[in-house]
Design a protein. Sequence first.
Length: 237
Amino acid sequence: MEHYVTLSIFRTIVSYFILMVVTYHLGKQVNAHKNHNNFAISITLGSFIANMGFDTNLKFFPMLAAFLTLVILYFIMSAVSSNSRRFRKWLSGQPTVIIENGKLLDSNMKKVKYTLDHLNLQLREQGIFDIVEVEYALLEVSGNLSVLKKSAYQPVTKKDLNLAQPNQKNSLPVELIMDGVVIDKNLNASYSRQWLGKELDHRGVEIKDIHYAVVGTNGSFFIDLYQDHLKSPVDKE
């Protein structure tokens, strides 16, 4: 009995690290389950790993060989689909138009077994409680609903109000301190250690007191301290 327990633990650990390595190389699309192919490969890989780890009646190395064969097959199909739009459409599927020019396409909804309850649910999730606001709605392969509102219901943008600044550029946030430690790899010519030191001196704080510090997309510098000095913080999750 002890032998089987030890063997199962060992197989589980090995299988887990194999899965981590493989999923790292498969890419982010597989993790997101964005189409039929990625969903199928994720489920199948999970089944293989479960059997490799727990089912001691199955030999480990034949299961590993089958697992790697499936991974190689996925890479081959991905390579072919990247060079063939027709094959890619067959492999990944296509979105289904649910609403066109404000009209419900009943036939398309029946084809994909998509009900009005599902439609209303996904519209509410996007803050749309009145279907009259919708110009186009497409059911993506992932199951998500993409919506284009009618122009009268679209939010006003800075461009509409002539407030857009063509020379203004936004960038990705730059995290400089996390958990009281400076993230050296994110320091650069614009945000050097000297610049960081001056900013902290100006605010009268030290690195060890900082929970999180980041330069925002618009260049603003945000600091969160471990001690927030709130008199009555809300104690709710």
